[in-house]
Design a protein around this ligand. Structure first.
Ligand SMILES: [Zn+2]
Length: 250
């Protein structure tokens, strides 16, 4: 029997911080509980973005959620303990730690923006080979055979210009072949997407950059705030890494 999947509310609206859901199951594990809901606004860890944290509360009990994971279409909200009682069938409210999530949305969107700023600064369609987001800083890795350090002022200038232009960030779902063409205009590809993915979620910073992404983003570049490059390092084999952050409380 195929189990009921968890509907991912953050894909529709990344700004939803509280929501109502029904508990599909509570799994008791060795040191914690896994609460599975029929829908969730919690972002499960993945795509280089950490999971949300927050709280789930019902009429008879509540739980602090410290980690969230997607397992085969269902989202597990992990809690170290349940105060009172939370059981299958309960209608509950979920609340994500919004300050933390909003910070991740800003820095995640900054990573998209920077991919193109780096290319513009060196005037070459460099290949981005990886990225990872955290609260205080994030990184992007790209193919470049020497130190990118001399381009830092230029990259920051270009990136912050796009922040100041306050460009809209648009999410579109499109068939794979269409998406392939769409992102190619911005030197991106769908090469790391498994072949079974036929519908692709494309995130575009209007007329600046577009790529396939299932993460959470702000809706306009002005919300990012000032982008600051922190350091560079070489990962070897012609891969350069830059670490960056966004100024807190813009
Ligand atoms: Zn993204």
């Amino acid at each position: 029997m195929k189990s009921v999947q968890t509907k991912l509310l953050y894909l529709e609206n990344a700004y939803e911080r509280e929501f109502e859901a029904r508990i599909l199951k509570v799994e008791r594990m060795e040191n914690y509980f896994g609460i599975i809901l029929d829908c969730t606004a919690f972002y499960p860890v993945g795509g280089g973005q950490p999971s949300d944290v927050g709280e789930i509360f019902g009429k008879k009990g509540k739980a602090k959620i410290f980690h969230v994971e997607r397992r085969g279409g269902q989202v597990f909200h992990f809690a170290r303990k349940i105060e009172g009682e939370l059981v299958e069938g309960d209608v509950v409210k979920g609340a994500i730690d919004w300050d933390r999530r909003y910070c991740l949305m800003r820095i995640h969107t900054a990573a998209h923006l920077l991919s193109q700023a780096v290319r513009k600064a060196v005037n070459r369609p460099l290949e981005i080979v990886g990225s990872a987001i955290d609260l205080n800083k994030a990184r992007i890795d790209f193919g470049y055979e020497k130190s990118i350090r001399e381009f830092f002022p230029k990259i920051e200038e270009i990136a912050n210009e796009v922040v100041n232009e306050n460009r809209p960030v648009i999410v579109k779902v499109m068939p794979r072949n269409e998406a392939e063409e769409y992102v190619a205009r911005y030197h991106e590809s769908l090469r790391i997407l498994p072949a079974k993915v036929k519908e692709v979620r494309v995130v575009e910073i209007k007329d600046w950059h577009a790529c396939a992404c299932g993460g959470t983003h702000v809706q306009s570049t002005g919300e990012i705030g000032e982008i600051k490059l922190l350091k560079r390092s070489s990962k070897g084999k012609g891969v350069e890494r830059i670490e960056f952050t966004v100024v807190q409380n813009p």
